[in-house]
Write a protein that binds this ligand. Structure first.
Ligand SMILES: [Zn+2]
Length: 210
């Protein structure tokens, strides 16, 4: 069974997630916007992180990844459609008046249709463009839970006013890739509380179920 621990990081209160296979103790970090609180949690739980992954290239999701990768010496897998954002991370920091950041160098892509293995658990990779063009989400079919980054929030959806964002694309991603999951699926969002697919499909005011 995959345990998901949320760790809010950065001034944007982004939910970094620590994904742990409860049978083997193998773990992965997803969306590391800041390394220190994540390293603290890893030590507290005593888990063995084997890889770092990310949903997309915004700085609150990847800003601490270079530092985390150096500290843990593990590979970093990243969706290639958002490489332009990752490589421009210092420009993102400048826009928010934050100090410059070093982009983490990915060890490879997270291709759609190739599952991410964490110990005995596996995560399906689904492409959900609209907030950013390369945005992916991770779905754990065995435990019916998902890590969705900035695609869907409790009662809200990701912003589409950033460069290369698209509301029609985001709407389509949510309707086709998320609302089609089992209703009881627990959704871990990039910001704010967790929710479920059934709750959002029935009540989300921004994207209706079709
Ligand atoms: Zn974002």
């Amino acid at each position: 069974m995959l345990e998901i621990h949320e760790i809010p990081v950065t001034p944007f209160q982004q939910n970094c997630t620590l994904l742990v296979c409860s049978e083997t103790g193998a773990a992965a970090v997803c969306d590391c916007g800041d390394a220190d609180p994540v390293l603290h949690k890893i030590e507290q739980l005593g888990v063995k992180v084997e890889q770092i992954i990310a949903t997309h290239g915004h700085l609150d999701h990847v800003g601490g990844t270079h530092e985390l990768k150096l500290a843990l010496e593990v590979p970093f897998w990243f969706p290639s459609g958002d490489l332009w954002l990752l490589e421009g991370i210092s420009e993102q920091a400048r826009m928010y008046g934050l100090p410059p950041l070093t982009p983490a160098i990915p060890d490879g892509d997270l291709p759609i249709g190739v599952d991410v293995k964490i110990g005995n658990c596996s995560l399906e990779v689904r492409h959900c463009p609209g907030h950013t063009p390369g945005h992916i989400v991770f779905y754990d079919a065995a435990a019916q839970q998902a890590v969705v980054g900035d695609v869907l929030f409790q009662g809200s959806i990701g912003r589409t006013d950033f460069e290369r964002g698209s509301l029609p694309e985001l709407t389509k991603s949510i309707q086709q890739q998320l609302y089609t999951l089992p209703g009881q699926t627990v959704v871990h969002c990039g910001h704010g509380p967790t929710t479920t697919i059934a709750h959002e499909a029935a009540t989300n005011p921004f994207v209706r179920s079709v």
